[in-house]
Design a binder for this molecule. Structure first.
Ligand SMILES: [Zn+2]
Length: 313
C-alpha cells in the first residue's frame, strides 16, 4: 500500500485516504516534538493508508497519542475502531453525542446502509469495528489536548451535524474543520480562490445553527481551514461569507421545491444548476461533464439532507 499524502506547514500532513477517488477525503496527521495525533480517520478501508503514512514518515505507532474525530460520519470516523487497534498509546476523542456510536456502531451501520445501501457499504466503506469503551473519551466545547506542548482546543460546532466538533490549533492558527467549513475541491480553484459549498448531509442539517457556528469560528481569526473534503485552504471572512451565502442558497432551493411531486429529484436538479452556476461565476472553465462528475455524490446526499430538514420543520 503506497500512501498518498501532502506535507503542509506546522508539522501537519494531509493524508489522502483515497476513499472513492483521490483528492476527496482527507485525514490529518499532526506531529509535535516526537508525538503525533490523527484528526479523522477516513473509513475502515482507509486504515492501511494511515498506517503506511506513519511508516513512510518513520513515526512509530506508539508515538501516536490521540485519534481525534470531528464527527462520526463514516468518511471521517469509520476507521477509528480499526485504527486504534494498531496504536497502543492512543485514545479516541469525540463529541458526547458520538461516543456511544463508536462503542456500539450497530445503529450507525444501519443508518448508513439505509442511506447508501448494503452494496455501497461493503464496497466503499468496508466494515465498522466497535472501539473499546475504555479508549473512547468525550470532548466538550473548550476542552484541550496537549500534544507534547502544542494545545489543540475543541469547539462545539453544530450545523452540519449535532455531533460535530472543530479543533483549533493555535500554533498554525488553523481549524481542523471536518465538514463545518464546507466542501472545497481543489479542482475548482481559480484565480478567485476556492469554491466552497455546504454539505447538507442527512440527518441533522441545521442552517441557523451552522451560520452561528461559522461566525463563532471566525472570532478566532483563523488563517487556514484543514478540510476533510479536501486539504488545507486559506480561510478568510470572504470564505465564511461564501459558505453562509450557499447555505442560504441551498435552503432556498429546498423551500422552492418543497411541494413538488418528485421533491428529491427536483431539489437534486436545482442544486446541480446552482453549483454549475456558482462554478461558472467563480471562473471555472474545465469540462462541464467533469464538473458534474465531481459534484455528483454531493448532490444526492445534499438533496437527501435538505429533504430531511424540510420534513422536520
Ligand atoms: Zn459529515
Amino acid at each position: 500500500m503506497k500512501p498518498i499524502y501532502h506535507e503542509l506547514e506546522f508539522g501537519i500532513t494531509c493524508i489522502d485516504t483515497q476513499h472513492m477517488r483521490q483528492d476527496f477525503v482527507a485525514a490529518y496527521l499532526i506531529e509535535n516534538n516526537g508525538r503525533a495525533a490523527f484528526v479523522d480517520t477516513g473509513c475502515y478501508l482507509s486504515v492501511p493508508t494511515l498506517l503506511a503514512t506513519l511508516d513512510e514518515k518513520n513515526i512509530s505507532r506508539d508515538a501516536v497519542d490521540f485519534v481525534i474525530l470531528t464527527h462520526i460520519h463514516l468518511d471521517h470516523a469509520g476507521g477509528a475502531g480499526e485504527l486504534i487497534k494498531h496504536l497502543p498509546n492512543a485514545n479516541i476523542y469525540v463529541h458526547e453525542r458520538g461516543a456511544q456510536h463508536l462503542i456500539d456502531p450497530s445503529k450507525l451501520r444501519a443508518g448508513v446502509i439505509s442511506v447508501y445501501g448494503e452494496l455501497f457499504f461493503k464496497q466503499f466503506l468496508g466494515d465498522l469495528i466497535p472501539a473499546p469503551e475504555n479508549r473512547v473519551n468525550i470532548a466538550k466545547d473548550g476542552d484541550t489536548l496537549n500534544l507534547s506542548g502544542r494545545e489543540l482546543r475543541f469547539i462545539d460546532t453544530p450545523g452540519h451535524a449535532r455531533h460535530h466538533l472543530c479543533i483549533w490549533d493555535e500554533y498554525s492558527k488553523g481549524i481542523f474543520s471536518g465538514d463545518t467549513l464546507g466542501v472545497s475541491y481543489r479542482e475548482f480553484d481559480t484565480e478567485q480562490g476556492c469554491l466552497i459549498f455546504p454539505p447538507t448531509t442527512p440527518i441533522q442539517f441545521d442552517p441557523e445553527a451552522w451560520i452561528e457556528t461559522i461566525d463563532k469560528l471566525m472570532t478566532l481569526k483563523p488563517k487556514s481551514a484543514y478540510l476533510t473534503h479536501f486539504n488545507q485552504i486559506e480561510f478568510t471572512q470572504q470564505s465564511a461569507n461564501m459558505l453562509k451565502q450557499h447555505i442560504n442558497g441551498f435552503t432556498q432551493i429546498a423551500n422552492q421545491h418543497k411541494d413538488d411531486t418528485n421533491r428529491h429529484k427536483a431539489i437534486k436538479e436545482a442544486l446541480l444548476t446552482y453549483l454549475l452556476k456558482i462554478a461558472y461565476e467563480h471562473g471555472v472553465t474545465f469540462d462541464k461533464a467533469q464538473q458534474i462528475k465531481l459534484f455528483k455524490g454531493d448532490l444526492e446526499i445534499c438533496a437527501q439532507g435538505l429533504g430531511v430538514w424540510l420534513d422536520r420543520r
